[in-house]
Design a protein around this ligand. Structure first.
Ligand code: KIV
Length: 284
């Protein structure tokens, strides 16, 4: 682990000195102030977390999208606190530079602020992440205040909030009406006022996301929210072409690793069956 820099000066990956200074909530706000875009990706295990960190990505989110990507579920709704603590623990172990944020899963923060605080504290103390994320707007402001007050950084999540999928019944673009757009503006302001250090805004019109990003002092990280946000996040398994059940148009595929892995696995099976593997050089 590198030593944090008191000055708040956190150079970009390209400009980083040999120490590779740690990304903090403070350095994210410095990036926003300088107009430098924040990079973020999800991880659920040590191996990928290490690769993402070494690539110089600023924020690693231990997303409850683990429910879909790792567990093969249709939604994130049944992901538990124990499962998230496990994922967060192994991710944190693989990261030196990036800020590690973990999702609080559905029903771990909605019942009351005491329970939310206990679960946020467990995530920080047991798993070793540096911040938590939760979904929802102004209604959650008192809970967020409570968590932030004890020194735990909170990231908000507005727009498409997958934990509420059964309420909305669809993964379509959010905040497309005047009323919904106004509600999103109010929610964003309420979360900032409650002490969130950053927001994720998912699947909303690009112009609205740009306006919200410009109107807030905290960074807004978009997913399916256009280029006007202060940063971008994607589900890593989506952008690597590993999770292919569906392909939203906001996902740019940087690789087809699912196909590459299938090819390796088939070649291995064929080599074992034909006796081509292991060779004498691979034997003792
Ligand atoms: O769970 C997750 O992966 C997320 C991202 C989509 C932002 O919340």
């Amino acid at each position: 682990m590198t030593v944090p820099d008191d000055s708040g000066e956190q150079p970009r990956e390209q400009e980083r000195d040999a120490r590779g200074r740690k990304v903090t909530t403070r350095s994210l706000s410095t990036l926003k102030a300088r107009g430098q875009r924040i990079t973020a990706l999800t991880a659920y295990d040590f191996l990928l977390a290490q690769l993402i960190d070494q690539a110089g990505v600023d924020v690693i989110l231990v997303g409850d999208s683990a429910g879909m990507v790792v567990q093969g579920l249709d939604t994130t709704v049944s992901v538990t606190m124990d499962q998230m603590v496990y994922h967060a623990t192994v991710v944190a172990r693989g990261v030196e530079r990036a800020l590690v944020v973990a999702d609080l899963p559905f029903m771990s923060y909605q019942v009351n602020a005491d329970e939310a605080l206990r679960n946020a504290g467990r995530m920080i103390q047991t798993a070793g992440v540096e911040a938590v994320k939760l979904e929802g707007g102004a209604r959650l402001a008192p809970t967020i205040r409570r968590i932030v007050d004890v020194g735990i950084p909170v990231m908000g999540h507005l727009g498409l909030t997958p934990q509420s999928i059964h309420k909305f019944g669809t993964y379509q673009v959010r905040a497309t009406t005047v009323e919904e757009a106004d509600e999103l503006r109010r929610d964003a302001r309420a979360l900032q006022d409650a002490g969130c250090f950053a927001l994720v805004v998912e699947k909303v019109p690009a112009e609205l996301a740009r306006e919200v990003s410009q109107s807030l002092s905290i960074p807004v990280i978009g997913i399916g929210a256009g280029a006007g946000c202060d940063g971008q996040i994607l589900v890593t398994a989506d952008m690597l072409g590993l999770y292919t059940r569906f392909h939203p148009r906001f996902v740019r595929r940087y690789g087809e690793l699912g196909r590459a892995i299938s090819d390796c696995l088939r070649r291995y099976a064929a080599d074992v069956r034909s006796g081509e593997f292991p060779s004498p050089g691979e034997s003792y």
